[in-house]
Design a protein around this ligand. Structure first.
Ligand SMILES: *Cc1c(COP(=O)(O)O)cnc(C)c1O
Length: 226
C-alpha cells in the first residue's frame, strides 16, 4: 500500500467515527508520525497530502524540519529535555508533551519575543509508570500555574493510551481526557484556551475520534515502520 492509499483509508475511518459520534470530520487533523522513517519517506508523506509532521526525538525532528520546513506544520510529540529546548523552539509549531514546570520555565526563557509557544499538556490518564505526563488530579493546578509564563499558550491536552489488543478498552482513557479538557475550558483561562485533544495512534485512533480527538498521531499505519 502507498502512503496515499493508507491516508485515504485513515480518512475514511475518521469519517465513519465522526458520523457515529455526531462530529465533523474537518475537525480532526492527522499528524503523520515519521519517527520510524527516513526523510525521503516523510517527503513522500507530504507529497501524498499530509500537512502535519510529528517527531519524538530531537535529532529526527531537526532533520525532518530541515527537509520540509515551510511545507508542513511541525509537532514535537516526545519527551523533551529542558536543555534541548533551544535547539527546537524556533523550528516546531506545537509541543505535545508539556508535563513539568522546569520545561515551562525553559520555554519561557527561550521563546522569541512577541511569540507564543503552543503547547499541549500531557496527561498520564492510565497511570502506567512507563508513561510521561501529569496525573489527572494534578493537571488543573499545573495548567493554572502556567499563567506565570506569558509565552506559553496551552492549546489542548495530550495523552497516550496503553496498547490494548482490543482498542475498545482504551475508550475510558480518551473519555477521561475529554472530560478534563472540558473542565479546563470552563475555567476560561486566557493562557489556556485548551480546545484541542491530541489522542489516538495507529491502533486506537477510531476510538479516540469517537471520544473527541481533534488531533490523531499516526505512525506505522500511515507511513510504515522503516
Ligand atoms: C510513536 C508515537 C505515535 C505513533 O505511533 P503508531 O502506533 O505508530 O501510530 C504517536 N504518539 C506518540 C507520542 C508516539 O511516540
Amino acid at each position: 500500500m502507498t502512503i496515499a492509499e493508507n491516508l485515504a483509508d485513515i480518512q475514511e475511518t475518521i469519517k465513519t467515527a465522526c458520523d457515529k459520534s455526531g462530529r465533523k470530520h474537518e475537525d480532526v487533523k492527522i499528524v503523520a508520525v515519521t519517527k520510524y522513517v527516513s526523510v525521503d519517506t516523510a517527503k513522500a508523506a507530504v507529497a501524498a497530502g499530509i500537512h502535519h509532521i510529528g517527531e519524538n526525538r530531537l535529532e529526527g525532528a531537526v532533520k525532518k524540519w530541515e527537509a520540509l520546513n515551510g511545507q508542513a506544520t511541525f509537532h514535537f510529540i516526545g519527551t523533551l529535555q529542558s536543555r534541548k529546548v533551544k535547539e527546537i523552539i524556533d523550528k516546531y509549531d506545537y509541543f505535545h508533551s508539556l508535563d513539568r514546570k522546569s520545561l515551562a520555565k525553559e520555554f519561557q526563557k527561550r521563546c522569541p519575543e512577541q511569540k507564543k509557544v503552543r503547547c499541549f499538556v500531557q496527561v498520564n490518564v492510565s497511570g502506567e509508570e512507563s508513561k510521561a505526563g501529569l496525573s489527572p488530579d494534578g493537571t488543573i493546578d499545573f495548567i493554572q500555574s502556567l499563567e506565570q509564563y506569558p509565552s506559553i499558550e496551552v492549546v489542548g491536552l495530550m495523552t497516550m493510551a496503553p496498547y490494548e489488543e482490543d482498542p475498545e478498552a482504551t475508550r475510558p482513557v480518551f473519555r477521561r481526557l475529554r472530560e478534563l479538557r472540558d473542565r479546563v475550558i470552563d475555567l476560561n483561562l486566557k493562557h489556556a484556551p485548551c480546545r484541542e485533544l491530541s489522542m489516538g495512534m495507529s491502533n486506537d485512533f477510531h476510538i479516540a475520534v469517537e471520544e473527541g480527538a481533534t488531533i490523531v498521531r499516526i505512525g506505522s499505519l500511515l507511513v510504515g515502520k522503516s
